[in-house]
Design a protein around this ligand. Structure first.
Ligand SMILES: [Zn+2]
Length: 288
């Protein structure tokens, strides 16, 4: 008879083999950086609801005075021009797939990296640098919500993130985790000559589940049309058409983006959209 410990081991191995690939990927990133797909998705949903609540309960002047949401871009995007941006990487097994698609279509993109993960996966950072037309930018050191931490910690997050990811970059770009800013951090970034990058189109890849569906509450918060609630690709495309281009926010860690990116790029090219990057003069007005 099999030793009970070995038997449990065999059962775990069997169950593991039955799990979808996305679950494997999710757990692989845990020991190194703690930014698993599940954790990050839960956090995005929570911070998104808090933001919506703040938007309806606090008046616009107070929000502006406290520089809460600098990531919201007021300027209209240049017509027919798009910029792909990928947040929360680098992510083993996924960064490579995105780079392969950029090469396939010969298009540019910007990667907003978490400092901790860039430090854990230097080879992936090098691969992004070596791919032409790509920019690497900072997305803080450990991806906290800046609205939940004191100013000293916010500044530490910025300084450490920039030192890891973008110290040698010609283009100095920063994106706040969850898009949540403060006046003090904005000031620090400006003094370091960094531009703050928001987005025109939130793909909401985090809101769609692993079947590619979004529930009614998230659909409302993301502006997903009823006909697109089971179609992530169509949701992204119709949001881009509604803006006639713009800076598109996606996440390296979300399987919906990975699964649909090829089709999204192909359709946008087919519809005549031109892919630019954040250093292009036409997008400077969209940066803070
Ligand atoms: Zn992020």
């Amino acid at each position: 008879m099999m030793n009970p410990v070995l038997r449990i081991g065999a059962v775990i191995t069997f169950l593991w083999a039955l799990m979808p690939a996305s679950i494997h990927a999710e757990n692989q990133s845990l020991p190194d950086t703690g930014h698993s797909l599940k954790e990050e998705t839960t956090k995005i949903k929570k911070h998104r609801m808090k933001k919506l609540e703040e938007r309806v309960t606090v008046d616009e002047t107070t929000l502006k005075e406290h520089c809460r949401f600098i990531s919201e871009i007021a300027a209209v995007p240049p017509a027919g021009e798009v910029v792909l941006t990928f947040d929360d990487g680098p992510e083993p097994g996924q960064t490579e797939l995105i780079l392969a698609l950029l090469k396939k279509y010969q298009i540019p993109a910007t990667f907003f990296m978490i400092g901790q993960k860039a430090e854990a996966y230097p080879e992936l950072v090098r691969q992004v640098t070596d791919t032409g037309n790509t920019l690497i930018a900072s997305h803080s050191w450990s991806h906290p919500n800046f609205h939940d931490i004191p100013v000293s910690e916010q500044q530490e997050e910025i300084n450490k993130g920039l030192a890891t990811v973008s110290k040698d970059n010609e283009y100095k770009l920063f994106r706040y985790p969850y898009g949540n800013s403060s006046c003090e951090s904005n000031q620090l970034l400006k003094s370091l000559e960094y531009r703050i990058v928001g987005w025109h189109v939130d793909s909401c890849d985090w809101a769609f589940d692993h079947h590619g569906e979004v529930d009614a509450k998230e659909a409302l918060s993301c502006g997903v049309l009823a006909r697109n609630r089971k179609d992530y690709k169509e949701h992204v495309l119709s949001s881009i058409r509604a803006h006639n281009g713009g800076i598109i926010l996606m996440h390296e860690i979300h399987p919906n983006t990975l699964k649909q990116l090829d089709g999204i790029i192909a359709r946008l090219l087919n519809e005549g959209y031109r892919f630019k990057n954040l250093n292009d003069p036409v997008f400077q007005k969209a940066l803070q």
